[in-house]
Design a binder for this molecule. Structure first.
Ligand SMILES: [Zn+2]
Ligand SMILES: [Zn+2]
Length: 94
């Protein structure tokens, strides 16, 4: 199955294992198997697929794929955010 990484939007292939428990009685088996199959498929499809566990995702500022190269937009944003907070705090004190 092919997924799109929810962080960096890169497409990647992943095999989904569907564990199948045979805990039915015979009558239940025929009745429930379709539903059970459907549920186990749904349960095993990740809601937020990731191309790798430590995917760094895309930069929200410049759209750079941070798995491929680093950018410092977010750090810059944090610095600006902190600077803004501080300027407000300073204004309050005056
Ligand atoms: Zn990714
Ligand atoms: Zn960036």
């Amino acid at each position: 199955m092919s997924f799109e990484c929810s962080r960096c939007l890169k497409e990647f292939e992943q095999n989904i294992k569907i564990p199948f428990e045979c805990s039915f009685t015979k009558e239940e088996y025929e009745y429930d198997i379709a539903e059970e199959m459907r549920e186990s498929v749904l349960l095993n499809i990740p809601m937020k697929p990731l191309c790798k566990d430590d995917c760094k995702g895309l930069c929200p500022v410049c759209g750079n794929n941070r798995n491929e190269k680093d950018c410092f937009c977010e750090q810059k944003m944090k610095d600006e955010f902190v600077a803004e907070k501080w300027s407000k705090i300073k204004k309050l004190k005056i």
